[in-house]
Design a protein around this ligand. Sequence first.
Ligand SMILES: NC(=O)c1ccc[n+]([C@@H]2O[C@H](COP(=O)([O-])OP(=O)(O)OC[C@H]3O[C@@H](n4cnc5c(N)ncnc54)[C@H](OP(=O)(O)O)[C@@H]3O)[C@@H](O)[C@H]2O)c1
Length: 338
Amino acid sequence: MKNVAVVGASGAVGDRMIRLLEERAFPVAAIKFLASERSAGKTVTFRGETFPIEAIARGAFRGVEIVLSSTPGTVSREWSPIAAAAGAVVVDNSSAFRMDPNVPLVVPEVNPHDVAWNEGIIANPNCSTIQMVVALKPLHNAARVRRVVVSTYQSVSGAGMKGIHELETQAEAAVKKRAIPAPSKFAHQIIGNCIPQIDEFVPGGYTKEELKMVNETRKIMGDSTIDVSPTCVRVPVAFCHSESILVETERPITVEEARALWAVAPGVTLVDDPTNRIYPLAAEAAGRDDVFVGRIRQDLSRSNVLLFWCVSDNLRKGAATNAVQIAEELLKLEPARS
Ligand SMILES: NC(=O)c1ccc[n+]([C@@H]2O[C@H](COP(=O)([O-])OP(=O)(O)OC[C@H]3O[C@@H](n4cnc5c(N)ncnc54)[C@H](OP(=O)(O)O)[C@@H]3O)[C@@H](O)[C@H]2O)c1
């Protein structure tokens, strides 16, 4: 049984983390919920009990063993080391520590062993990257992935509570034929639109979100030779990221072989019967934990290239589920250490 703190408890990911701790019957001895001053005094329910949300403070981590944190990067950069110094292991959802060589970046279906070398902080990867590497790992094991071309169709909940609110208010205005409120979270109006920008641009024309997919994929897969060519797009969908993925492998894999690999891969569910209009859909993947794969087909000109469609709930497997799974991996380490 563990003393747990959920940091960012009032947020979109924080809410899912609370539900996941319940659903997965995580062995909680005591639990507390932290966020900013803005949320102090609000309440959350956990296992039928009502708890106050407390403002984060230095003393808040005394006696806490596991912290599940989902705050903006700047907040994590300040507070996750404080929690770790107080003796907790922090599973941090932000981008603050993901590429730190002293911090493991873990997707339990891919590199669970990396949990063991943590020094108090374990990073949870970017949501678009998590679902992609879960799908790529079995292909990599069988035939070595050399190159990936990915286009994402990312939901507004990937931008947190404010992203969900912006879609809802714009959708309501559109239905009522009122003027669409000006965007504040996204660079442009999101209703009726696809925005080819997630996060800021960096020199070279890519966005930070796109470079996360490049760098995090290599770190999680433990292979710095995998090339990733990403285009990240925000779409007016509330939950679940969808991805069109082209993968080139060293050894050609047939569609049948890929299907067989995914059929037994942990965390993957095949949804692939296109002639009956059955393929992964955001509306069906929402609220579920798996990575859904379908529309599998051979490239028309290359035998060592496959294309597929991949969908997962960004707030669950892309964030909260992965974080709680990491905490479960931590529990597994304990008998070996004692
Ligand atoms: N959304 C996703 O799909 C997703 C996926 C993977 C990773 N992430 C990452 O997870 C983190 C949280 O994302 P989210 O989508 O849950 O965002 P969100 O809905 O905006 O929630 C942010 C949380 O952080 C808290 N917070 C903000 N400033 C704080 C401060 N100064 N001190 C303490 N707490 C503070 C907020 O508390 P208040 O409500 O009190 O302001 C809220 O609980 C981000 O780093 C994000 O990049 C998100």
